[in-house]
Design a protein around this ligand. Structure first.
Ligand code: AMP
Ligand code: ZN
Length: 117
């Protein structure tokens, strides 16, 4: 799975840059977000370098499917599944995307009811 030498998350996936990894396998890597927005905040990334949702094609269906399935398994391992958790994928700078290697945020440990209130 060719990594992109300029990409932060490819470098984390390869182990070149350290991260607090919670899971890794042939397809995905998961690690704690460095700036957590919830008591539990994990990022799940495919090893394959796909910049953003805009780039997806049918050829990526298995990669993205596996990433979401792994996110759900990690949420269960972290005991988030009973109280509830949120998966977020930001697409583009206007949505707050800052790292252009597609990733799923797993957020848990606090309430996420929508609309709030
Ligand atoms: P996004 O804003 O959706 O692109 O999410 C990027 C996320 O990556 C942010 O929540 C950052 O806090 C997180 N992040 C940036 N650099 C690192 C890093 N070196 N290790 C872990 N998380 C990071
Ligand atoms: Zn990458």
């Amino acid at each position: 799975m060719a990594g992109n030498a300029q990409c932060l998350f490819c470098r984390i996936a390869s182990g070149e840059i350290p991260a607090k990894k919670v899971h890794e396998d042939a397809d995905v890597v998961a690690f704690h977000d460095i700036n957590p927005q919830a008591p539990t905040h994990v990022l799940v990334i495919p090893r394959k370098h796909i910049p953003m949702l805009n780039d997806l094609t049918d050829a990526d269906a298995a990669t993205i499917g596996t990433t979401i399935v792994r996110a759900s398994e990690i949420a269960r391992e972290l005991r988030l599944h009973e109280d509830g958790y949120r998966l977020v994928v930001n697409n583009g700078e206007g949505a707050g995307q800052t790292v252009f290697h597609i990733h799923v945020h797993v957020l848990g440990g606090r309430g996420f009811r929508w609309p709030p209130g």
